[in-house]
Design a protein around this ligand. Structure first.
Ligand code: SIN
Ligand code: MN
Length: 283
């Protein structure tokens, strides 16, 4: 691929299939991050349905669907490296299913309990298979104290865990319980603890601009932000065009109805930098 001069995605698929997560060997530049941060924080200050607050507070927890109305976010989802990465991992053309920025404000950003994203997409929207992929881009430096995302490697191979028996298609289901700290579909905490003892936990730490990729069925969570540093995490979910949900009813800013394959297009404002090769630094 033309661009940053690396063949970036070779070898990632086997790691992704085995572990349920992977990291490409590049990150977004500080200038690109600054632009994305400026746009998404400006949106977070608007009064609009896509902006979600923490429980009982005016603190913004997340903004959704920005790619549908902001041109920088629209350019981001068409980034040739991201599209090629998603197509490589999913195995064919993709479209944007979901776009969100979880802001996790300093001292106030609340946890996400252990869960699997595919539980929501399958049960609520009728997504047939977990043939989708989450690409997470850190818009702030992420450290152990500001509520990093953590995942249990290999847990994506266990199928959906702890689904409530009578919830699927529940007409009273409120989409806010899919984006709040009181999630509708969680993985039992004891089960997650046991799994984490067996398989370990992967913490998604890194500088701003870092990119991490995780599977729709991987068990993951994140803790409260107990630090004075915000942790803004931008998440794009690409879904295979052959895997569109069969009964989407949630707002379009949570579930895109348009399964047209995303066409990649380079935008010089959203430049990438190659990461140092970890093998060469250990020599
Ligand atoms: C988080 O922002 O920490 C949670 C993201 C997710 O569960 O997808
Ligand atoms: Mn999740």
């Amino acid at each position: 691929m033309a661009g940053i001069g690396v063949t970036p995605h070779v070898g990632l698929k086997s790691a992704y299939e085995r572990e349920g997560w992977c990291e490409p060997p590049y990150r977004f530049s500080d200038a690109a991050v600054a632009l994305l941060r400026e746009r998404t924080l400006a949106i977070s200050r608007e009064r609009r349905p896509e902006v979600v607050h923490e429980k009982d507070s005016g603190t913004v927890r997340a903004v959704h669907g920005c790619h549908a109305f902001d041109e920088v976010c629209a350019a981001l989802v068409r980034h040739p490296y991201l599209v090629e990465l998603a197509e490589h991992l999913v195995g064919g053309p993709v479209y944007v299913y979901q776009f969100k920025v979880n802001l996790k404000q300093a001292h106030e950003g609340a946890a996400w309990p252990w869960h699997q994203d595919f539980a929501f997409w399958h049960e609520e929207d009728g997504m047939p298979h977990p043939d989708a992929v989450n690409i997470a881009i850190s818009l702030d430096d992420v450290h152990a104290g500001n509520g990093p995302l953590m995942a249990i490697p290999g847990s994506h191979r266990l199928g959906l865990l702890d689904l409530p028996e009578d919830r699927a298609g529940d007409e009273d289901s409120d989409w806010r319980s899919h984006v709040s700290a009181d999630l509708a579909y969680t993985v039992n905490a004891d089960r997650a603890r046991t799994l984490a003892k067996q398989n370990g936990r992967k913490l998604f730490l890194g500088t701003q601009g870092s990119i991490q990729v995780f599977h729709p069925s991987i068990v993951h969570s994140s803790s409260n932000n107990v630090s004075s540093d915000r942790r803004a995490l931008l998440l794009i979910t690409y879904n295979a065009v052959t895997n569109a949900p069969t009964r989407p009813t949630r707002p379009t800013f949570l579930v895109s109805r348009d399964a047209t394959p995303v066409e990649s297009r380079a935008d010089e404002r959203l430049d990438l930098q190659v990461l140092p090769d970890p093998a060469s630094s250990s020599r």
